[in-house]
Design a protein around this ligand. Structure first.
Ligand SMILES: Nc1ncnc2c1ncn2[C@@H]1O[C@H](COP(=O)(O)OP(=O)(O)OP(=O)(O)O)[C@@H](O)[C@H]1O
Length: 291
């Protein structure tokens, strides 16, 4: 079992902006979802975990090693799948993986070849291994990204907004792949897509303005809201009055009609009970935690 421990971590950028405040997380094998709106501090946390920047306060350990003092202790076990790779060099998928594998220290030629062929198989790109990566579709590029992240058999893989821009079929395929590889390693999935966290993650945390405002098991979040959510179709005219009387946690257009969901112990007149989703839980925490 791999364990990543984040203890009381704060990060202040050189311009004085406090991006992370006293974060505590303990993460073990499986997919851990880090949910938060844009600018909440997800990328700042990722970069701090992988040792690209040092926290201003606090400690981070990976399998007992202090990675703030010694970033190599996590970097040699790390795979990273950024949201965008930028420009790909004009070389084939196989050659690019070979180059990256060398950089990751897979020095034995035969082992390197076997590992690359296994990974290409796993991500379903064997048939196109001699094609240049820049000619791939978005989904194929993301699967290539998974293959490069898994070179060198990492124990911890960090994925940043991986399904942005993928069509539903590629997104499903990508999520299944993540799920398959997550058994024996830690995967940290940074995203604002609540549905991906619901589908994939055994543990999750919500981050807002640099604070972890909540963490737990997705199912528990739903249980906490059972019997406390009420919905109603409404109109633009009626909305301001409802907003001043209720804690609205979601507004959704269904066939061009606005439906609102509120959080309350008892059902107000005119509302009906609704089943909680993880998105409801996410917005409830975001909207009710003042910072
Ligand atoms: N190098 C930096 N110097 C100063 N402020 C920074 C720096 N990098 C990020 N920030 C600020 O820190 C805050 C958190 O940024 P961060 O990129 O970690 O958020 P995020 O949750 O990853 O958001 P997104 O989903 O938009 O990438 C933002 O307000 C950002 O402007």
């Amino acid at each position: 079992m791999n364990t990543l421990k984040i203890d009381n971590v704060s990060l202040v950028y050189s311009n004085g902006y406090k991006a992370l405040t006293a974060l505590n997380l303990e993460i073990q094998n499986g997919i851990f979802g880090l949910l938060g709106p844009n600018g909440a501090g997800k990328s700042s946390l990722m970069k701090t975990i992988v040792g690209l920047q040092k926290p201003t306060e606090g400690s981070i350990s990976f399998n007992g090693a202090n990675v703030v003092q010694n970033p190599l202790d996590i970097q040699k076990h790390l795979g990273f799948l950024p949201q965008y790779f930028g420009v790909y060099p004009k070389v084939s998928a196989y050659d690019l993986l070979e180059h990256l594998a060398k950089l990751k220290g897979v020095s034995n030629k035969k082992l390197r070849h076997d590992q690359i062929m296994n990974l290409l198989e796993k991500v379903n790109l064997t048939d196109v291994k001699n094609k240049e990566v820049h000619t791939f579709s978005g989904g194929m590029k993301q699967r290539f990204g998974v293959a490069q992240a898994l070179l060198g058999e990492p124990k911890i893989v960090i994925v940043d907004e991986p399904t942005a821009g993928l069509d539903p079929e590629e997104r499903n395929r990508f999520n299944t792949l993540l799920s398959d590889i997550s058994e024996d390693i830690i995967i940290i999935l940074s995203t604002h897509l609540v549905e991906d966290v619901r589908n994939l993650c055994s543990q999750m945390a919500i981050i807002k303005k640099g604070h972890v405002i909540s963490q737990g098991v997705p199912n528990d979040y739903l249980d906490q809201l059972n019997g406390k959510l009420w919905s109603k179709a409404t109109s633009k005219e009626e909305l301001p009055n409802l907003e001043s009387h209720h804690q609205i946690i979601s507004k959704q257009l269904v066939e061009r009609v606005m439906h609102i969901t509120i959080h309350a112990d008892d059902c107000p007149a005119g509302f009906t009970a609704t089943d909680p989703s993880l998105e409801h839980a996410y917005f409830t925490h975001l909207n009710t935690t003042a910072l």
